[in-house]
Design a protein. Structure first.
Length: 185
């Protein structure tokens, strides 16, 4: 049975971007991460991806089909689908979900089959999914730096403050420390 796994990289002080909206300082290890066992395992167990609109728009969406690590159906939570559908391939397809996070999570789980659904940004989407009870596991990658300000992963969304977590494991990959939690229903 598939699980919805929300994950994000944060600074030690809890930010997912700096004050200019840049997430680059959190991914200085990206090149070494691409070839790590951590990334291979993530790729192998991913059956679908949930993504917020802003995360989808970070780069050129047409490059996902040829370059994105997670070659799986991608479900983008948005209020409106883009005017032009991005490039796809036989593994990576895009579905633009306009009727909320519950629908997006259900569609992604159905597409994932017995593999996991990876939630790849952003902070707002992860908060909505947690508040709605749609996340089974939360993985927080902590990078050893302080950003001082920016976008926080958790910033007071109603419904998130009552979410209970159970520690599963703590792992290290290069400079990042991953804290994995089961979301307690």
């Amino acid at each position: 049975m598939s699980k919805v796994i929300a994950g994000m990289t944060i600074s030690v002080d809890g930010f997912v971007t700096d004050r200019h909206g840049d997430l680059g300082p959190l991914y200085t290890d990206l090149e070494s991460l691409r070839d790590s066992g951590y990334m291979r395992e993530l790729i192998d167990r991913t059956g679908a991806v949930l993504m917020g609109k802003r995360s989808f728009e970070v780069g050129d969406p047409d490059t996902y089909a040829d370059n994105y690590e997670l070659q799986a159906p991608i479900f983008v939570v948005t209020h409106q689908a883009p005017a032009r559908h991005p490039k796809e391939n036989d593994k990576l397809t895009f579905t633009f979900v306009t009727d909320g996070v519950a629908s997006a999570a259900a569609q992604a789980k159905a597409a994932a089959g017995d593999k996991d659904v990876q939630v790849i940004g952003g902070a707002d989407l992860i908060q909505q999914l947690l508040a709605g009870g749609h996340v089974d596991q939360l993985n927080v990658d902590v990078m050893p730096l302080l950003l001082g300000s920016g976008t926080r992963l958790f910033d007071g969304r109603p419904g998130v403050e009552g979410v209970r977590l159970e520690k599963l494991e703590v792992t290290e990959t290069g400079p990042r420390t991953t804290l994995s939690f089961r979301v307690v229903p």
